[in-house]
Design a protein around this ligand. Sequence first.
Ligand SMILES: [Zn+2]
Length: 313
Amino acid sequence: MHLRLGLDIGGTKMEAAILATYSGRDEVLARERVPTQREEGFTNVYKRMIKLINNVLNQNGTSLSDLAGIGIGLPGAVDPKTRQMLNGNTAIFVGQDLPKLLALDLAFSGPIAVANDANCFALAEAILGIGQKHAKETGKTPEQLNSIGVILGTGVGGGLIYQGRVLEGTNGGAGEIGHTQLDPNGPKCFCGRQGCAETFLSGKGLESWYGARFGEQLFALQIFDRAEMMDKNAVLALKIYRDYLDQFMLNLISFFDPDFIVLGGGVSLQPAIYQGLEERIWKHTFIPNAQPRIYPNMLGDSAGVIGAALLVP
Ligand SMILES: [Zn+2]
C-alpha cells in the first residue's frame, strides 16, 4: 500500500489526511481539521501543525516510516527551488522552510513536497476529482489530460495541470491567473495593476464593483440570490459577471488549450455562472476544435488536502 500524508495549510484552517493507494484505488484513511489561528504567530501554529500530523498518523496506526512522503499546500506562491512561500495573505508562512523544519522535528527522511493551494486544488481535481469522470468519458487516463483549476473565491487563483502534473513555472508563479488583466481601465488591484480578473470575478471583487455601480453594498451570495428573483440590478450584474467570465475562460483556453477547466471557490457553487457558458465560449475559441468542458469541482473543500498528498510521487 502506497501511503502519502497531505497537509493543507490555509489562513483560517489546517487539515491533514493520509491518502492510501492500492490496487489502483485511492482512499482517505484518516483526516483532521483544526483552525490555523494565525494571529498566534508562526511558532504556535507550527506546534499545532506537528500535533495535527501525529494525530492523523495515530488515527489508524500509521508510522512515519510507512509514508512514501509528505505533501504540503500553502496559501501563496511557492519558490520551486527553496520550497518557501514567497507571498500571500498569511504572512507568518512567508520565508519559512517548512520541509526542512518538519524533516528535523519529525525525524522524517522521505520526500517533502510543497506547492500553493491552488495548484493542490487543480491537481486533486485532475487526478481524483472531475478528471476521473472526464477521462472515463473520453477513453483516456487522468494522467493523459491537460486541465486548469480556477478558484473563484475571496480572490482568484489557479493551477495548471499538464498530463497529470503541476506546471510550476520558473519561479513558482505559473497559474497566477487572477492577475491577468481583463480591462486596463478596471478597478485597482492590490497587485498594483488595474482590472485584473480577480477584481471582477472574485467574490470580493464582485461585491466591490456591484457596490460602486449600483450604490448598494451586498454580499456576493445576495447578488446571486437577487438575480434568481429577477431583481433588475442583480440580473444586469450577473450578465456583466458572465461576460467577464467568458473573456477570462477564452484567454485561459488560448494560453493552454486544456481538455477541461474546473472551477472551485465560493462563487463556483453558483449554478447561474455555468448557464450557457460552454456554448458561448466554444463559438469563440481560436482553434475551432478546442471545445474544453467547464465543470464545477467534485471534491469540495477536500481538494486541498488530497492535492497536497498527490504532490508526493
Ligand atoms: Zn492583480
